[in-house]
Write a protein that binds this ligand. Structure first.
Ligand code: HEC
Ligand code: HEC
Length: 192
């Protein structure tokens, strides 16, 4: 009993190291929550794939549309070939982002996600396959995905976006835990 209680208490922190087997059903349930996050506007607006254009979507934007002002990311993904993202999305350690409709600012270079990490408008299975494929996910194992989630300040903004924007669902720690569960289950996708 004692042992079980201690284990449950530690579980969110040590799940990856201590729990070798998670059922595929639990893995798929974790994936469903991961999909709710990665398809949310706060993530997907930047993960737009080959379109080269960030999106404006979510309740604070009303209608879904491409980023205004003819913004393009270019091959650099930071707009270096056109108008750099940083012209408006200034890199700042102290940004509060409390003004509605102002350009979000974070403590890193604001930029579009890599072409391969195409999530906007993609199905749950498409994104599942992409995220478990090292050829398309930046060469990451699931542990490295978890590490990326822990360190990347751009995506941390998505849970505290300010300016009346809807935050991404759940929380960073729940999302990290779900990624660990999905990893321990062998990164299952619904289509196999
Ligand atoms: C001329 C200024 C300007 C430039 C340059 C610019 N943006 Fe924006 N961006 C904005 C503004 C303003 C908003 C917020 C609009 C609103 O909330 O109505 C915004 C919002 C966004 C959003 C939506 C964030 C959310 O709410 O989910 C994304 C994604 C984005 N920009 C990506 C980029 C990328 C990537 C670049 C460079 C390739 C870029 N922007 C360049 C002004 C700019
Ligand atoms: C401002 C744009 C932007 C937003 C918003 C954003 N991302 Fe990203 N994302 C990126 C960039 C740029 C990279 C590439 C970074 C790298 O590889 O180091 C990336 C890469 C990733 C990766 C690595 C795996 C892959 O396939 O490349 C994950 C996982 C990820 N993002 C998760 C998220 C999640 C979850 C959210 C929302 C909670 C989010 N991102 C929101 C720009 C963004």
């Amino acid at each position: 009993m004692m042992r079980a209680a201690a284990f449950l208490f530690l579980w969110p922190v040590v799940a990856y190291a201590q729990e070798p087997q998670v059922s595929a059903a639990d893995g798929l349930a974790a994936w469903d929550r991961i999909f709710e996050v990665v398809s949310h506007p706060r993530c997907a607006n930047c993960h737009t794939g080959p379109s080269d254009r960030p999106m404006w979507s979510g309740p604070s934007y009303g209608e879904t549309r491409v980023h205004g002002m003819n913004i393009r990311a270019g091959e650099s993904r930071i707009g270096a070939e056109f108008i750099p993202c940083r012209t408006c999305h200034v890199t700042s350690n102290t940004a509060q982002n409390d003004t509605p409709h102002a350009a979000p600012q974070v403590a890193d270079a604001w930029r579009l996600a890599p072409v391969e990490a195409h999530w906007f408008g993609q199905s749950s299975d498409d994104i599942c396959q992409q995220l478990r494929d090292p050829e398309r996910n930046g060469g990451r194992t699931v542990e490295e995905l978890v590490e990326h989630l822990g360190h990347d300040v751009i995506l941390h903004w998505a849970w505290a976006p300010g300016g009346g924007r809807a935050p991404a669902p759940y929380s960073l720690s729940i999302h990290i835990r779900d990624m660990q569960i999905w990893g321990n289950a062998g990164q299952p996708c619904a289509a196999g």
